[in-house]
Ligand binder design. Sequence first.
Ligand SMILES: NC(=O)c1ccc[n+]([C@@H]2O[C@H](COP(=O)([O-])OP(=O)(O)OC[C@H]3O[C@@H](n4cnc5c(N)ncnc54)[C@H](O)[C@@H]3O)[C@@H](O)[C@H]2O)c1
Length: 356
Amino acid sequence: MGKIRIGIVGTGGMAHAHAGNFQQMKGVALASCLDVNAERAKTFAEKFGFKKVATDFDGLLADCDAISVVTPDALHAQQSLAILRAGKHLLCEKPLTISLEEAKEVAEAARKASEVGVIHMTNFSYRGSAGFQKAIELRESGVLGHIRHVSSFYLQEWLAAPIWGHWSNEGFLWRLDKRTSGGVLGDVGCHILDMTTAIAGDVKRVRCELRTFEKVYEGQLVSEHGGKNLDANDSAVIEVEFSNGAFGVVQTTRWATGHANHLRCEVHGTEGVLSVDLDRNWNGIDTMIGEKALMKAKWKSKDLKPTPSNYERFIKSIKTGRQDQPDIVRGAEVQAILHACEQSSVSGKWELVPSI
Ligand SMILES: NC(=O)c1ccc[n+]([C@@H]2O[C@H](COP(=O)([O-])OP(=O)(O)OC[C@H]3O[C@@H](n4cnc5c(N)ncnc54)[C@H](O)[C@@H]3O)[C@@H](O)[C@H]2O)c1
C-alpha cells in the first residue's frame, strides 16, 4: 500500500489538530487542503507541508484517499456525502450534521460505502481518553451491576471569560447563530452525550431545557453582533432515561465560569460506580466496585496506559480494512439524541430518541 493521501476541508482552528496529528504518522501524506478563505488555506498548507492547495471540492477529492471535514457544522452533511459517494475514507468533525434528516442520509451513505471498504469516523475526540475507553469496558463487563443513575457534564466558560479569544471573533461567532450551529447542545453537547451513552448505554427518551442568554459586548448586553443573531442555545440541561432503565442528567453550558473545558461522567450501578473526569486525569478512572468498597465509600484511582487517538484509529482502520468506533452511524445516533433534545425543549415533554 502506498502512502494514504490525506485531504482537509476547512483549515480553521480545529484543522490544526487534524494536520498536526496526521503529520506525525507513518504511511500518511498530507496531500491537499481547501478553504473558502484561500489565503488561510495557503498559510495552513505551508505550515504543515501539504503538497497542494485545492481550488475546489472536486479537485480535493481527486487528489486524496481520505478526507477530514473540519468546516462549520452546517456544511458537514453535504461535504460528507460527496466524500462517501466518491468512495473516499471520511473523518467528519462533530456534530455529524445539524439535522436528523441529514444525519440519516449520511448514515445511509456510510453504510453503503462500508460495503466497498470505505472507512468512516465521527471525530468525537474524547474517545482518545484511556479513562473513557476503560469506562466502556468496565460497564460492558457487568461489574457495576444494574445501572441506576448517571450524571455527566461538559462545562466551558468562553462566553463569560475570553479564555481562547473573544466570542465575537470569527472562529466563535458562527457557533452563536442558530442558522449555522446547534448551539452548545450541538457543539459540545454531542461530545458529552457520546461519552455518557457510550459508557452507560443507549438512550430511550429525554427531556431537555435549553437557554440562550444575552452576551456581553463592551459592557452592553447584546442579542446580535456582526450580522449574526446570537440566538443559538448556550446552556442545556437534559434528563435522560436509558434503555437499560437507568435515569440521569447531562448538562452543558458555555457560561460555566471557572471551567475552561471540563468533561465528567459518573455511572452508578447496584454493585459499583465509575467516574471519568477528563480535566483531572485524561488517562485515569476512579472506581468503587463491590460491597466492601461501597460500604467504606472508598474510591480507587487508577492511571492507565494511553490509548490511540481517533486520528490513529482512523488511519489504522484504513490500513487494516477494519472499521472502528465512533463511526459515522454512531455520529448519526448521537444526532438523533440531539434531535429529541431539541424537540423536547419545544414541547416541554419527554421525547423518544428516533432510531437511525
Ligand atoms: N472534535 C473536537 O473536539 C472539535 C473541537 C473544535 C471544533 N470542532 C469542530 O470542527 C469544525 C470546525 O471548527 P473550527 O473551530 O475549526 O472552526 P473555524 O471557524 O475555526 O474553522 C472553519 C473553517 O472552515 C472554513 N470554511 C467555511 N466554509 C467553507 C467551505 N464551504 N469550504 C471550505 N472551507 C470552508 C472557514 O473559512 C474556516 O477556515 C466544527 O464542526 C466544530 O464543531 C471539533
